[in-house]
Design a protein around this ligand. Structure first.
Ligand code: FAD
Length: 116
């Protein structure tokens, strides 16, 4: 691990970015307006071009060409993002995350109350 006051390596950048993206999903409206849907679609497109790990960004752009981002509701985007994150997990040989649990992980906290 790199100290906190050093430039982010690929892992630190990745963890921070997933935190931001899943938190955006967690606060995205259950019934977004057309403008909110357009903002999220634009954000994800620009994000996939600016993500500062170039191999990661190229693969993620390929993924987004195959699996068009779904922005119709919190549930839709949360599941799309979970599946996108799982595709990266598979590529890196990490465990698959159970997407039925994405809201517990990123919005409500776990049912056992450990998140306070
Ligand atoms: P992370 O994968 O960072 O996950 C953080 C936490 O999210 C986990 O602890 C878990 O609680 C939760 N989580 C895990 N999976 C899911 C899921 N499917 N849905 C919801 N929550 C989940 N690294 C590379 O080396 N090569 C790449 O090509 C690459 N591409 C990336 C592309 C993108 C768009 C992003 C954001 C990151 C990419 N990374 C890449 C970084 C990589 O995904 C990890 O962030 C990094 O390896 C650190 O992994 P981690 O084990 O700490 O957990």
């Amino acid at each position: 691990a790199t100290p906190n006051d050093c430039p982010a390596d690929v892992e630190t950048l990745g963890r921070s970015t997933w935190t931001l993206l899943h938190s955006i999903a967690a606060t995205y409206p259950t019934r977004p307006t057309p403008a909110e849907q357009s903002d999220l679609r634009t954000f994800m497109g620009v994000f996939s071009r600016l993500y500062p790990c170039w191999v990661c960004a190229e693969d993620f752009q390929d993924y987004m060409r195959r699996e068009r981002v779904r922005v119709g509701s919190r549930d839709e985007f949360g599941m799309w993002l979970c599946e996108a994150h799982n595709a990266v997990n598979v590529k890196l040989g990490k465990d698959i995350f159970d997407c039925s649990k994405w809201e517990e992980r990123w919005r409500t906290g776990w049912k056992d109350g450990r998140c306070g």
